[in-house]
Design a protein around this ligand. Structure first.
Ligand SMILES: Cc1ncc(COP(=O)(O)O)c(C=O)c1O
Length: 432
C-alpha cells in the first residue's frame, strides 16, 4: 500500500503540532507507524492522501452514524452556511434541534448546547455540584469523560481513596475531589459513599463504557447506582457522549430504562460538526445561568451551521427501524467473525452492543472492568491486527482500547467484505 503522501504530510505536521496531531489518539503511537492523512470520506469509505480506500469503522470515533457526507446533512450545512455562520444571538435552529430531541427523549426536560463532549461533561459536573451543594465526584476506572481536570484522574492506592492526577498539569487539589472506583463493584461504591457521606455531588459513569474497550455493565449495576443515588441525595450522571443517539434514540438511559439525573451528549448530536450538550429535568436545569447561579457560556454554542447538521442527522435517526437495522448489521458481522475465531481456537472475540463493537483479545466470556484487560498481551496483538486490516482496506481506530462503529452507510456487502478481512487478518495475527 502506498503511503508516501501521508508520510510526507505527517513529517510536516510534526513541526506544526505536538506529536504531529491535534488529538493524541490520531497518532499511531499504540500501533506503530504513522497516521494516514485523510482526503475525503463518502458513505462507508475513507480515502487517504495516497488514494487508498478503506471501509471505515472508526467513523470519526462515533459522530458519523449516517456514514461520511450523508446527503441530508451536507445539504443542510451548505444551505445554512449561506446565511452566515454565527450571530451571538439565538436562532430558530437551536429551538428546532432542542424540540426534536426533547420531544423524543423521556429522560431530560431541558437541554443546553455546548461545543464538545468535554465541555458537556465539565458543565454537567459543575451543575451537579451547584445543584447538590456538594464537592466530590465518583467516577469509574476505564470511563473517559473528556479532558476535564476533575475527571482526568486515576485511582489512588486503595478503594475509596481520593484520586490522583492522570495528566501533568492537573493540580492534586482538583484530583482529590474525585474518587475513582472499579466498574461493576458495588462494594467499592458503598464504601466510598459511606466514607464521604454527604459530600458526593455526583456518580459519573459512561453507562456503556466504550473508551477502554467495551466494558458492558449489567443493567443491575446501573440500577444499583440509581438506587444509591436516590438513597444518598447524589446526582446520577450518565455520560452519553458515545452512547447517546447511538444504541437507541434515548441512548443508554432508554436502552436500559434507567433514569439518570444528568446526561451529557456529544458526537452524533452534531452531525459531524462540533456540538455537545447536557440535559436534565427542569428543576436541575433551572440552576444554569442565566436562570440560576451555575455559570456556563459559549461564543459558538448553538452555532447555526452545527445545529443544522445535528438536526438533519438526528431526524434521520428517528426513521422507523433505524436502530434495529444498525444493531442487526453489527451483530451479523460480529457473529461471522466470532464463529470463525472460535472454530480456529483464537483467543479473540468481537464484543458488541447496538452498532458499537470492540475487538477483544480475550478468552473470557465477559469483560466488565478495565483490570480484566491484559494490556501486555493485547497491545502487540492489536498492533498486528490493525496493520493487517489496513492492508486489507479496513480502517479501525489505532488503539486496542477504541471501539468501532457501524453506520447507516455500511451496506451488507461492505460488512461481508469486512468480515472476510477480519478473519484473514486474524489468521495473520495468530498464525504468522
Ligand atoms: C464518553 C465520552 N465523554 C466525553 C468525551 C469527550 O468528548 P470530546 O472529544 O468531544 O471533547 C468523549 C470523547 O471521546 C467520550 O467518549
Amino acid at each position: 500500500m502506498k503511503r508516501d503522501k501521508s508520510h510526507a504530510l505527517y513529517e510536516k505536521a510534526l513541526n506544526l503540532f505536538p506529536g504531529g496531531v491535534n488529538s493524541p489518539v490520531r497518532a499511531f503511537k499504540a500501533v506503530g507507524g504513522n497516521p494516514l492523512f485523510i482526503e475525503r470520506g463518502s458513505g462507508s469509505r475513507l480515502y487517504d492522501a495516497d488514494g487508498n480506500a478503506f471501509i471505515d469503522f472508526c467513523c470519526s470515533y462515533g459522530p458519523l452514524i449516517l456514514g461520511h457526507a450523508p446527503e441530508e446533512v451536507t445539504a443542510a450545512v451548505t444551505e445554512t452556511v449561506k446565511n452566515g455562520t454565527t450571530f451571538g444571538a439565538p436562532t430558530v435552529l437551536e429551538n428546532e434541534l432542542a424540540e426534536l430531541i426533547l420531544n423524543h427523549h423521556s429522560y431530560i426536560e431541558k437541554i443546553r448546547f455546548v461545543n464538545s463532549g468535554t465541555e458537556a461533561a465539565m458543565s454537567a459536573i459543575r451543575l451537579a455540584r451547584g445543584f447538590t451543594g456538594r464537592n466530590k465526584i465518583i467516577k469509574f476506572e476505564g470511563c473517559y469523560h473528556g479532558h476535564v481536570d476533575a475527571l482526568l484522574v486515576k485511582a489512588g492506592s486503595g478503594l475509596a481513596t481520593l484520586g490522583t492526577s492522570d495528566s501533568a498539569g492537573v493540580p492534586d487539589a482538583y484530583a482529590s475531589e474525585t474518587v475513582v472506583l472499579p466498574l461493576n463493584d458495588r462494594e467499592a461504591v458503598e464504601t466510598a459513599v459511606k466514607k464521604y457521606k454527604g459530600d458526593i455531588a455526583a456518580i459519573a459513569i459512561e453507562p456503556i463504557p466504550a473508551n477502554n474497550g467495551l466494558l458492558l455493565q449489567g443493567k443491575e449495576f446501573l440500577q444499583f447506582l440509581r438506587d444509591v443515588c436516590d438513597r444518598e441525595g447524589i446526582a446520577l450522571f450518565f455520560d452519553e457522549v458515545i452512547s447517546g443517539f447511538r444504541v437507541d434514540f434515548e441512548g443508554a438511559a432508554g436502552y436500559y430504562g434507567i433514569r439518570p439525573d444528568l446526561i451529557a451528549f456529544g458526537k452524533i448530536i452534531g452531525g459531524g460538526l462540533p456540538v455537545g450538550a447536557y440535559g436534565a429535568r427542569n428543576e436541575i436545569m433551572a440552576c444554569v445561568a442565566p436562570e440560576g447561579p451555575v455559570y456556563q457560556a459559549g461564543t459558538l454554542s448553538g452555532n447555526p451551521v452545527a445545529m443544522a447538521a445535528g438536526l438533519a442527522q438526528i431526524k434521520a435517526c428517528l426513521a422507523p427501524g433505524f436502530y434495529e437495522t444498525l444493531a442487526a448489521k453489527t451483530s451479523g458481522m460480529a457473529a461471522g467473525i466470532n464463529d470463525y475465531a472460535r472454530s480456529k481456537g483464537y483467543a479473540f472475540k468481537v464484543v458488541h452492543i447496538g452498532s458499537i463493537f470492540w475487538v477483544a483479545f480475550t478468552e473470557k466470556s465477559e469483560v466488565r472492568a478495565s483490570a480484566e484487560i491484559d494490556a501486555k498481551k493485547m497491545t502487540p496483538l492489536f498492533g498486528r491486527l490493525h496493520a493487517a486490516l489496513l492492508e486489507r482496506g479496513v480502517y479501525i481506530g489505532p488503539s486496542g482500547y477504541e471501539v468501532g462503529f457501524v453506520s447507516r452507510a455500511h451496506s451488507a456487502e461492505d460488512l461481508k467484505t469486512a468480515e472476510k478481512a477480519f478473519c484473514d487478518a486474524l489468521d495473520q495475527v495468530f498464525i504468522n
